[in-house]
Design a protein around this ligand. Structure first.
Ligand SMILES: Cc1ncc(COP(=O)(O)O)c(C=O)c1O
Length: 369
């Protein structure tokens, strides 16, 4: 990617830094399917300790991590409760149904954030006709919710209620690191309210590959068998685990820079005609916004900014997402902000072209979710 291009499409587009490459090159490795990769073992111990769990397991992706946890916790015919916009339900290829035979009962949170009062009447009674409510899955920070961070108190209330009613708690913590930095609350304080936690190294932390799940030793033993079933048993995986360890040492505190840069870009979006931040407040590294349908489509705005060297994802007909990350410096964020402001202002001065207007995908409730 040329230096002149600012790639805000995702926080997964980062390249390893020189320090991370050096850690990868120096990694001590072995066959992890035999449990003999010292770097993977070190990473797993570190993640377990950090999250306050007995054990952890290194896996290739966040999707596999979430789906292994769901499969380990459930039986076919079970149901999980989750926010309607969560990654597990929307972006994991129907994994709960396909891999675990589990239905998802979705609930509309406030930008992804659920309140215990919304869950209290959602446990199915014991009845031969009904699925068995088994698990609550939360996402923190919440991707489609605009990078929103849970208040710890809300999680505590949901967890206490769930456990009181015999439900299990899973956390999709792909971006838990961002929540830790924003709230100044350590990982274990979040983790203690969940039976399983998944974290990703390949998003804000900037590692090329990998996630980890954590829970009790018994749970992780079960999870390891499911990882093998899904083809996720890796051999000299220490090469990748070394990058994750390096990232945990070097790339957590710096997430505050991503959050600052996100606010600079968010302000430009708020100032630009035809764009509306949703949610209006940006706390972490994700900026979600809407394009006014009278003005243009998300695809049109993405194409116009791309011509000016700014890459932003269209995530629906009129919905867009920009992410800051390790490979976006403060001056680049500033440049992106100036480009957005000036491009959108000049775009607004011209009536939008007929072609662009007719290219709009019809707005449905699904893609506005
Ligand atoms: C909240 C959330 N969970 C899980 C995942 C899945 O991670 P992966 O892309 O590593 O499968 C993502 C990916 O962006 C995500 O945003």
């Amino acid at each position: 990617m040329p230096e002149s291009v600012v790639d805000l499409r995702s926080d997964t587009v980062t390249r390893p830094t020189p320090g991370m490459w050096a850690a990868i090159q120096a990694a001590e490795v072995g066959d992890d399917v035999f449990g003999e990769d010292p770097t993977v073992n070190r990473l797993q111990e570190r993640v377990a300790a950090l999250l306050g769990k007995e054990a952890a397991l290194y896996v290739p992706s966040g999707t596999m991590s979430n789906q292994i946890c769901l499969k380990a916790h459930t039986q076919p015919g079970d149901e999980l409760l989750c926010d309607v916009g969560c990654h597990i339900y929307n972006n994991e290829v129907g994994g709960p149904a396909v891999l675990s035979g589990v239905t998802c009962r979705t609930i509309a949170g406030d930008h992804g954030i659920l309140d215990v009062s919304q869950l209290e009447d959602k446990i199915r009674p014991v009845d031969d006709h009904l699925v068995r409510t088994r698990l609550v899955a939360l996402e923190n920070t919440h991707n489609r919710g605009g990078g929103r961070v849970y208040a710890l108190e809300k999680i505590r209330a949901i967890s206490a209620w769930a456990h009181q009613h015999g439900l299990l708690m899973h956390l999709d913590g792909a971006r838990l690191w961002n929540a830790i930095v924003v709230r100044g609350i350590p990982a274990a304080e979040w983790g203690r309210h969940f039976d399983s936690v998944s974290v990703c190294f390949s998003k804000g932390l900037g590692a090329p590959i990998g996630s980890a799940l954590a829970g009790t030793r018994e749970f992780v033993t079960k999870a390891k068998r499911i990882r093998k079933l899904l083809g996720g048993g890796m051999r000299q995986a220490g090469i990748a685990a070394a990058a994750a360890l390096y990232a945990m040492d070097n790339h957590v505190e710096r997430l505050a820079e991503d959050h600052r840069n996100a606010r600079v870009i968010a302000q430009a979006i708020a100032d630009s005609p035809g764009l509306h931040l949703d949610p209006p407040d940006v706390e972490t590294n994700l900026i979600w916004f809407e394009v006014d349908p009278e003005f243009a489509t998300a695809k049109d705005v993405a194409a116009m900014l791309k011509q000016r060297g700014i890459l932003i994802s269209a995530a629906g007909s009129y919905r867009m997402r920009a992410c800051t990350h390790l490979d976006v410096s403060a001056p680049q964020a500033q440049r992106a902000a100036e480009t957005i402001r000036s491009a959108l202002t000049s775009m607004n001065h011209r009536p939008f072209s007929r072609d662009a207007q007719t290219s709009a995908v019809p707005l449905s409730s699904a893609n506005r979710a």
